[in-house]
Design a protein around this ligand. Structure first.
Ligand SMILES: Cc1cc2nc3c(=O)[nH]c(=O)nc-3n(C[C@H](O)[C@H](O)[C@H](O)COP(=O)(O)OP(=O)(O)OC[C@H]3O[C@@H](n4cnc5c(N)ncnc54)[C@H](O)[C@@H]3O)c2cc1C
Length: 384
């Protein structure tokens, strides 16, 4: 199922599909509840897609964000779950934009060739939730580097990553003039640091998420990215890319769910005809299709602006909001169209239903996207 009349990326889509075709539904079902897709990640790395956003000078693909978004969309549309790959694409951006030349030369070539994984992004904390500036994990300057103490939650893929991007407080909240000050970003090589304990969290879909405890974890000075106290801005910088990539995964999910629903609704006969002829089945599918197409346009617009170096927070947030809502509409319509078989594991509908639901909550809840649009774009009063 096509969403866009734009054929510019057809070759890229077919090439990604060739890799994905080696990993059918049985593969993804077999990973449940919580096995990391090692084989898929290896194949994607080998084909050059995992390092697509790493600039060519560091051995990567030098792709645009638009191309990266198409890669993730195709993985989702094939029935796969790109959650193991998207993080490497957007976390790397913080290193690229704000890391020193030495840090980039040290890490980016190995990230590009897959010998090093940068998949863990440790921001959220149990006590702070969406209010990121209230995080309490602190990094204290000592002679030998930085001493980190605290706890993160929902740090996905931490058990399968070598490197972790950590946001920690380096100046107490009450001592800061602006609440976004006093936070710093560190790139930690978890293989070389003691005092980090990682515990998996069982969730309703396979996402390899964890909680991470820092207990006097000593990290070297070289782990600091950019300037002390500017970490919140560095993280925010990467969030537009993240929102656009997540939107693309939702679009792929929606395509998969509708494609399967159309196939089923055309072939399943009850009361003497295909169930898809009934408007109760057909219209929710058509409505979800229209919503996906609209979200797709906003995704391409957001990605185009990002690639052109323009400010795109409004468009990136809208793309994530609209695409996650459209894929959820597609999930419900597809589950309904499949009747009882929608709940049967072997059809992959219930799996995609669970996978795509996450994106209304993470990486940012849609309520907060709406608050951003209302308060920062439209000029309505602030709620926080
Ligand atoms: C599977 C999974 C993977 C994740 N992976 C990562 C990861 O890799 N790294 C990472 O750092 N984080 C990760 N997260 C965390 C995710 O980003 C947070 O769950 C999310 O940002 C919301 O935070 P919270 O769960 O504490 O909800 P809360 O902030 O407690 O919010 C709870 C509810 O209240 C609503 N709410 C709160 N404040 C307002 C307001 N002002 N206006 C309106 N509504 C409001 C929210 O929208 C939400 O519905 C992941 C989460 C999940 C579930």
């Amino acid at each position: 199922m096509r969403l866009s009349s734009n054929s510019e990326y057809d070759d890229l889509r077919s090439a990604v599909r060739e890799v994905c075709d080696r990993f059918p539904g049985e593969y993804w079902r077999g990973l449940e509840p919580d096995r990391y897709p090692e084989e898929f990640v290896a194949a994607l790395t080998q084909a050059g897609y995992l390092g697509a956003l790493v600039p060519e000078q560091y051995g990567g693909g030098g792709a645009t964000l638009t191309e990266a978004s198409v890669i993730l969309e195709e993985i989702s549309a094939s029935g796969g779950n790109p959650s193991a790959c998207h993080a490497q694409m957007y976390i790397m951006g913080t290193l690229l934009r704000h890391g020193s030349d030495e840090q980039k030369e040290q890490y980016l070539p190995q990230i590009a060739d897959g010998s090093l994984r940068l998949q863990a992004f440790a921001v959220t904390e149990p006590g702070a939730g969406s209010e990121t500036t209230k995080i309490r994990t602190k990094a204290e300057k000592v002679d030998a580097g930085w001493l980190v103490n605290g706890q993160k939650i929902w740090t996905s893929r931490a058990l399968y990553s070598d490197l972790m991007l950590l946001l920690a407080r380096t100046t107490p909240y009450d001592d800061c003039v602006k609440k976004t000050d006093g936070l710093s970003t560190f790139l930690i090589d978890m293989r070389k640091v003691d005092g980090i304990t990682i515990k998996p969290i069982a969730t309703m879909m396979n996402h390899n998420t964890t909680e991470v405890f820092f207990d006097d974890a000593l990290i070297p000075d070289e782990a600091l990215i950019g300037e002390v106290g500017k970490g919140f801005r560095y993280i925010l910088d990467g969030m537009n890319a993240e929102r656009i990539l997540i939107a693309s995964e939702c679009l792929g999910d929606g395509r998969f769910l509708l494609e399967r629903a159309v196939q089923y609704a055309n072939s399943r006969e009850v009361f003497g005809g295909p169930i898809g002829a009934n408007q109760g089945v057909q219209f929710p599918l058509a409505r979800a299709y229209a919503a996906l197409r609209a979200a797709d346009l906003v995704r391409f617009e957001a990605a185009r602006m990002y690639d052109a170096g323009q400010k795109c927070a409004e468009e990136a947030n809208m793309a994530k909001l609209l695409a996650s809502e459209a894929s959820w509409a597609a999930a419900n319509a597809s589950l309904d169209a499949h009747g009882g078989f929608g709940f049967a594991v072997e059809y992959d509908i219930e799996r995609k239903f669970r996978e795509t639901r996450l994106y209304q909550t993470a990486p940012i809840n849609n309520n907060l996207v709406l608050a951003y649009l209302g308060q920062h774009v439209m000029g309505l009063p602030k709620s926080y």
